[in-house]
Design a protein around this ligand. Structure first.
Ligand SMILES: [Zn+2]
Length: 364
């Protein structure tokens, strides 16, 4: 299913590009700016089973995107400047913000040198349990269980089920099935308990992903010291907030800001909802973020920014630089607004359709 979905999306992006339709559509859908979402930036790795590859782009691709943005007629701005322009209605020039979710070590190792050299501001949204080494990158634990075994058994809806996953095709299909089944669990606690149990059964150390892949506080401090870098909050434990009771969701958001402030001596003014699609963040969370005084908060709902977003600064859409679509021409189509307009079926008024926009797969 994921493969088919990717083929359709890629086909749509290709046809918008090669037909030139994205240029014709741009004046109507391009909005006033865009926020780009990135996760990992690291060299491509060998291996055919990489279900989370959509969350990573190569340093070479990032360099090409930055060079393209630099020669485009738009401004690369910080989240504070984006907030100013949206609040004041200063739309004289189109703008783009770069954002990195989760606080991976490769942001420092691979993305930072490229952005520093080009003088591009960017933001990192930190889930504080990651530098505290208590985070559970459950989507990677699931990948490891399936990658390292030819057969995986677990209890689904009260029944013990066993799956063959000896071939790459079987692994891909099983990852997809289990990932979305886990995402559909009614509570985050249930999701975590199942993955913890699965990891224990198959000797996968969940804590290792956090330790190996995420920046510690010293590394984050290095970045926070650079005026190009904005540190944003991204909860403590990286849950789908909409699946938590309201008070717990509020604490996750508020506490992550306090922990970052205590560790880095900067108080985050901006927030990103973990996972960020409608199953993870909705009206309740947008209100909580506004109530907590965050200047802006971003989702992973796909879209460009329009003037109406000044009325909903804690429910901003973003455009993902998806590792499955590392072509400059796709970025051109996405930034024109045509790609996400197609995705959102040309509904233009975010005030009225924020609740039912399409979401991206595997958003972390
Ligand atoms: Zn995240």
């Amino acid at each position: 299913m994921a493969g088919l979905r990717q083929t359709i999306i890629r086909g749509g992006l290709e046809s918008l590009f090669f037909s030139g339709a994205y240029l014709a559509l741009a004046p109507f859908v391009s909005g006033v700016g865009a926020i780009l979402t990135l996760h990992h930036v690291r060299p491509a790795r060998p291996g055919r089973f990489q279900p989370n590859r959509l969350l990573e782009v190569t340093p070479t691709f990032l360099s090409r995107v930055v060079a393209y943005l630099r020669r485009s007629d738009l401004d690369l701005v910080s989240l504070d400047e984006m907030h100013r322009r949206l609040s004041e209605g200063d739309f004289r020039r189109r703008f783009v913000c770069l954002t990195f979710d989760d606080g991976y070590r490769d942001t420092l190792a691979h993305a930072y040198p490229i952005l520093k050299q080009a003088g591009v501001p960017f933001a990192i949204y930190v889930a504080t349990s990651f530098p505290d080494r208590l985070g559970e990158l459950w989507w990677l634990a699931l990948e490891a269980v399936i990658a390292r075994n030819d057969r995986v058994a677990l209890e689904i809806d009260g029944q013990c089920r066993s799956f063959d996953c000896g071939t790459v095709e079987e692994k891909r299909a099983l990852y997809d099935e289990l990932y979305w089944w886990l995402r559909s669990r009614p509570t985050e606690a249930e999701l975590r308990a199942i993955v913890r149990n699965l990891a224990a059964c198959y000797n996968v150390d969940i804590a290792a992903f956090c330790r190996d892949l995420c920046m510690g506080w010293e590394e984050l401090a290095q970045l926070a010291a650079d005026p190009l870098v904005t540190i944003g909050a991204h909860t403590v434990s990286h849950p789908m907030l909409a699946k938590l009771p309201a008070e717990a969701a509020r604490s996750e958001m508020d506490l992550s800001r306090s922990v970052i402030e205590a560790a880095l001596l900067v108080r985050p003014q901006h927030f990103a909802y973990p996972v960020g699609d409608p199953s993870a963040a909705g009206r309740r969370e947008f209100k909580i973020a506004a109530g907590l005084g965050f200047k802006t908060a971003v989702t992973t709902r796909p879209g460009v920014l329009v003037p109406g977003h000044r009325e909903q600064l804690t429910a901003l859409p973003r455009i993902s630089l998806n590792g499955e679509y590392q072509r400059l021409r796709y970025v051109r189509v996405l930034l024109s607004g045509a790609g996400t307009a197609m995705w959102n079926r040309f509904r233009r008024h975010p005030e009225t359709d924020i609740s039912d926009q399409a979401s991206e797969p595997h958003a972390a």
